[in-house]
Design a protein around this ligand. Structure first.
Ligand code: BT5
Length: 268
């Protein structure tokens, strides 16, 4: 497959099976961040389900202002605009929903089984192959809109990653040896996202929680959390609550709940 081949937008539009997500797809060669492009129109109801795709991002964003490397043609860098009529506290569930949908799409296309790190990182063979950044705006007690930014490393080889992340990051090609059409994976991700999003809208939240929990990388493990406030908290990972928050059993036998933190698995 040609290494610098642009995404085929006609093929994507013709083969889309979802009815909401991706009905409108906007393609760019280069943007700062697809989440930034999405932000410009995410509150307009016309754009519910719109997907913004870029071949490269010059300022790809991770969480907490971290950088996300998005080399041209080597991955999928895109954002999905959603306007769920849903209580604000369900935002954490959407985060789990997105990573779980991505996991299922990867199984379908590549027949390999990624694992999930809370809240929404995707790992294959203990390497991060994908990251998700959710950005949202609330209106009163409800979600006005959510932008789900998804980055998937598809064809990079180890030389493509700078040495700081070379040992922790990888791509689907590096981990499986399989060359896939990026279009095929993107279509399957949109299909899975829509499938699970409709379940979410119907109020059946258990399916997402159960599937997520079964595929968690740090199930029952000792972890160390670093909170946005800079605190480090250790304990045993106990699972997620009904809102997708992380539950931790601390050494003094107390259960604590976290809505945001960085998880590090403590090797026994
Ligand atoms: C994430 O942040 O994992 C969320 C990444 C979301 C990227 C998508 S791409 C489309 C949309 N538009 C955007 O601007 N963003 C979204 P976080 O958990 O904070 O991880 C960031 C960290 O992962 C960095 O500090 C690096 O250590 C590492 N990293 C950077 N680029 C990477 C890559 N391509 N693959 C794996 N790890 C990477």
């Amino acid at each position: 497959m040609h290494p610098n081949r642009k995404l085929d937008s006609d093929y994507l539009k013709q083969n889309l099976s979802s009815k909401i997500i991706g009905q409108e797809m906007l393609f760019f060669n280069s943007v700062t961040s697809t989440n930034e492009v999405a932000r410009k129109f995410a509150s307009n109801s016309k754009y519910n389900g719109t997907v913004i795709v870029a071949e490269t991002q010059t300022k790809g964003k991770g969480r907490q202002e971290r950088k996300w490397l998005s080399p041209a043609y080597k991955g999928l860098w895109f954002s999905v605009v959603l306007q769920p009529d849903s209580p604000a506290e369900n935002l954490g569930l959407l985060s789990l929903l997105a990573s779980n949908a991505l996991r299922k799409a990867i199984i379908t296309i590549l027949n390999v089984h990624p694992q999930l790190k809370w809240p929404n990182d995707i790992f294959l063979n203990d390497k991060k192959i994908s990251g998700i950044l959710l950005e949202s705006v609330f209106q009163g007690t409800k979600l006005n809109h959510v932008i789900i930014g998804i980055g998937i490393n598809v064809t990079q080889t180890s030389d493509d990653f700078p040495k700081e992340i070379n040992s922790i990051a990888s791509s689907l090609y590096s981990e499986t040896g399989q060359r896939i059409k990026r279009e095929t994976l993107l279509l399957e991700v949109l299909h899975q996202l829509e499938h699970d999003y409709l379940i979410f809208l119907s109020g059946d939240l258990n399916l997402i929680l159960t599937e997520w929990d079964e595929n968690c990388l740090h199930k029952d493990q000792q972890v160390e959390l670093s909170t946005p406030g800079g605190k480090l908290v250790s304990g045993k990972y106990q699972g997620v609550d009904t809102f997708g928050n992380l539950c931790l059993l601390t050494p003094d036998n107390n259960s604590s709940i976290f809505s945001s933190a960085e998880v590090r698995i403590v090797q026994p």
